[in-house]
Design a protein around this ligand. Structure first.
Ligand SMILES: *Cc1c(COP(=O)(O)O)cnc(C)c1O
Length: 379
């Protein structure tokens, strides 16, 4: 059994992928070929926004978004410590300071009340200029965007959606990628929509911002490549990767439905047979299930669950074992144990089960069978 079964997906669309790749080999426009523009149109429609700018990775998508807002030294950008390092890393790369905000214990996403407190605290302390918020749609579940956007508006901050894991999810009938001023998606192979290498996209409804993002993607170009009007990046998406994504987009809505079905089966089985806490999805949201993550009673229970799965030859993983304020890379911020108690507690109890559209019910039954035999109070 695979944690994420990309081979099953490839088997289904192998000939579409080959046709798309062959077309690129035939026209030879390996950089910014016609597939990139075609993909951008389809992605923008998929997220329900005016513009999508394809780029080299999810990390670069977030970096480009912050560059479009001219983030720099002295700026504070609020985000959660319970995420992949890239979310905060892009803030640091621009010389700005990430300010961490603890999460909601049920959704694992940023707690809007704590965001409000953190913004007030930075204003009161002085020294840093509050500039923006990066909310993360963790594990494919949208954050509480109405509340986050309201806090952004009230304080003159921009809001960026880290949609690296959530392309395909919905929030109150709106699509992930459209839930903040700008969003960044990742097409890393293991994400719900993945290419065969690195890739990403930036989404926005703002045409002026979109043009700035296009310029940033290609060395801050002006009217052409050799007129440079700002500092930018080489942040382009390879044509081959756009071709792979175009082949995959055809089956993506079906795959999102298959993920929903697999998640429902897990939740039913977990509730009926284990002492684990299944993930919470608020009634007005639809997760795209980048990960299916459960909570054990405590670290010892989690470790026994994972050991039992391993012994049975079943894969599992921990996302994320340590919150960012306790990572060595952020030691300079002076974070301590106890600063973000919910993130710390969740990091100690959480683990993720295999999740992909082609997960079979019988495999899920095998996994839950193993987990049902691990009790909280075992020695
Ligand atoms: C994967 C991921 C990123 C970075 O995406 P890459 O394409 O790997 O650069 C950023 N944020 C989150 C939450 C992610 O899961």
């Amino acid at each position: 059994m695979q944690f994420i079964d990309l081979a099953a997906q490839q088997k289904r669309i192998r000939s579409e992928i080959e046709t798309r790749l062959k077309a690129v080999l035939d026209h030879g426009q390996y950089v910014m070929g016609p597939e990139v523009g075609e993909l951008e149109t389809r992605l923008a429609a998929g997220a329900g926004v005016r513009r999508a700018v394809a780029c080299s990775s999810g990390t670069d998508a977030l970096l480009m978004a912050l560059m479009a807002f001219d983030v720099g030294p002295g700026d504070a950008v609020f985000t959660t410590p319970f995420t992949f390092i890239a979310t905060a890393e892009v803030v640091s790369l621009l010389g700005a300071a990430p300010v961490f905000v603890d999460i909601d214990p049920r959704t694992f996403n940023m707690d809007p009340e704590k965001l409000d407190q953190a913004v007030r605290m930075v204003i009161r302390k002085g020294g840093l200029a509050p500039r923006g918020i990066i909310g993360v749609d963790l594990f494919g579940l949208p954050a509480q965007w109405d509340e986050i956007n309201a806090i952004a508006r009230a304080n003159g901050l921009f809001a960026v959606e880290d949609a690296a894991q959530s392309f395909g999810a919905t929030y109150k009938g709106r699509k992930a990628g459209s839930l903040a001023d700008v969003a960044g998606a990742s097409f890393f192979p293991a994400k719900p929509l993945g290419c065969y290498g690195d890739g990403g996209a930036v989404f926005t409804d703002d045409d002026v911002l979109a043009e700035k993002l296009v310029s940033i993607r290609q060395h801050g170009q002006g009217a052409d490549k050799y007129e440079n009007i700002r500092i930018g990046l080489n942040g382009r998406l390879d044509t081959f990767q756009a071709a792979v994504l175009l082949a995959k987009l055809g089956i993506f809505p079906d795959e999102v439905d298959m993920r929903q079905a697999a998640a429902r089966r897990y939740t039913d089985l977990i509730q009926a047979g284990t002492q684990l806490v299944p993930p919470t999805v608020p009634p007005d949201m639809k997760s795209v299930w980048a990960q299916y993550s459960v909570l054990a009673a405590d670290a010892a229970h989690r470790n026994r669950c994972m050991a039992a799965l391993k012994a049975a030859g079943l894969p599992c993983a921990v996302y994320y074992p340590a919150p960012l304020h306790l990572q060595k890379a952020y030691a300079h911020l002076g974070g301590n144990i106890g600063d973000f108690p919910v993130s710390e507690a969740v990091a100690g109890r959480i683990f993720s089960l295999p999740m992909h559209p082609y997960l079979e019910q019988e495999d899920q039954v095998r996994i839950i069978d193993v987990l049902s035999k691990v009790r909280m109070t075992d020695p």
